[in-house]
Design a protein around this ligand. Sequence first.
Ligand code: KG4
Ligand code: ZN
Length: 325
Amino acid sequence: MALTLGIETSCDETSVAVVEDGRRVLSNVIHSQVDLHRDFGGVVPELAARDHLERLPQLLDLAMDRAHVKPADLDQLAVTRGPGLVGCLLVGVGVGEGLAAAWDKPLTGVNHLWGHIYAAMLSRPDLEPPLLGLVVSGAHSDLVRMPGHGRFEVIGRTRDDAAGEAFDKAARMLGLGFPGGPALDRLARRGDPRRQQLPKPSLPGLEYSFSGLKTALLYRLRDLGESLTEQDRADLAAAFEQSVVESLLEKLDRALEEAAPREVVVAGGVAANTLLRRRAAEVVGDRARLTMPALELCTDNAAMIAAAGHYSGRFPADVDPSLSW
Ligand code: KG4
Ligand code: ZN
């Protein structure tokens, strides 16, 4: 049995987790900073970093207590080294290095994007690579092949906005608060996408683009102006959501045809979206087995970082804000 302590501070969630053998979550304590950033309409990096630093000690105690684990029981520590906000990453890595030295345990630096894929393995303990993955988050919309543990190859990505970023910006245009994605999801449930026409982005190959769709929504709102009703807003949210989701899945479908994998993972914050969860299951059908992490494991958390740290081998905990696959 191997116990990994995970630390995640790349953006606006502070999280500490203990995971057994990379699969079983013994504890996963998450503190979201949404209340801190709400009035600013987005994440303020300096506030985020300071809040991570203030909350980590308490979250660490909670995670260890809930897992009934003492420092001596741990086999290793795993901390997000990127991608993310530099000040936030520095806090997590600094605390990880300090604890590793004090407790005399090895520390590994984890790629946050890998973490999102590994979240699926916490939700389905028998899931093994090779697999085809779609990671949709606030900063990424990436299609990847994972031939084995700790090995990833990007086969598709976005040319401009990430899916989560597009949802957040659309939510702001629709007058929804921060964070936008979940609010847009809720509003879309009351709308009918057939009542508002928005284009479905379509690029060749496995590339995504959401900027045209965003502009289309902006113009539509401008045209409606004062006459915009509550129902229009809900219908526009539904139409926007449908365009993003169908665009994401069109490329997943193409990648599935090309690679014929047995396992498919759809993960990242946007994988919490209601329509994406339903439609992904329909699109994949019986061609492959689809795994989407449990809702609380889709958005940022330290359990997925611990799982990735367990499986992907040891890497230096060097902060790299623009780390890619
Ligand atoms: O993976 P994540 O927690 O953080 C990053 O690594 O970026 O993803 C956050 C993104 C945000 O853009 C948020 O609006 C979006 O995921 N998101 C959603 C939903 N829940 C979170 N987007 C659409 N529908 C949701 N239910
Ligand atoms: Zn993330």
